[in-house]
Design a protein around this ligand. Structure first.
Ligand code: DQA
Length: 166
């Protein structure tokens, strides 16, 4: 029987891990919605930035958007299973307004045990008081806010850094 030399990388190590970039409610309206706050670029532009960043860091990209809390929760649970199986590096989550309201998202992230970067295009702390509380932050590995859509590739770089540290 052929046994590969132990110092050679195993196929499992060579397999590309995925990053899930998950966008919540109203982010499908990027470019049209409050451009003074969120800019004029669209969600397709965000996806293109994420694709480039994933290519740089040798990740596969799974890019999604939903206006529905339950769909986001299903995606987080799925991500937890994928991470446990070694197929996922982590999640970048822009939960939109659910950030400030969703205990269910908090519980899903905690329960899934997934490595997650919370992301906001705007600096939520420089805005209305009701945006200062996040149900996501206590269960996130880190938070990226206020860098516009350039925050997405920064968050992917952060996940790549964590994968290297591990
Ligand atoms: C947001 C900030 C949230 O407060 C808001 O509800 C959004 C977008 C951001 O990306 O800056 O929908 O998450």
């Amino acid at each position: 029987m052929y046994t590969p030399a132990p110092w050679l990388p195993r196929p499992k190590d060579l397999a590309m891990k995925t990053v899930l970039v998950l966008n919540g409610p109203n982010l499908n309206l990027l470019g049209l919605r409050e451009p003074a706050v969120y800019g004029t670029q669209t969600l397709a532009d965000v996806q293109a930035l994420c694709e480039a960043a994933c290519k740089t860091h040798q990740f596969a990209l799974d890019f999604r958007q939903s206006n529905h809390e339950g769909v986001l929760i299903d995606a987080i649970q799925e991500a937890g299973r994928a991470q446990a199986a070694g197929a996922l590096a982590g999640v970048v989550l822009n939960a939109g307004a659910y950030t400030h309201t969703s205990l269910a998202l908090h519980d899903a992230i905690k329960g899934a045990g997934v490595t997650l970067v919370e992301l906001h295009i705007s600096n939520v702390h420089a805005r209305e008081a009701f945006r200062h509380h996040s149900f996501v932050s206590p269960v996130a590995k880190g938070v990226m806010a206020g860098f516009g859509i350039k925050g997405y590739p920064l968050a992917i770089a952060a996940l790549a850094g964590m994968a290297t540290d591990a």
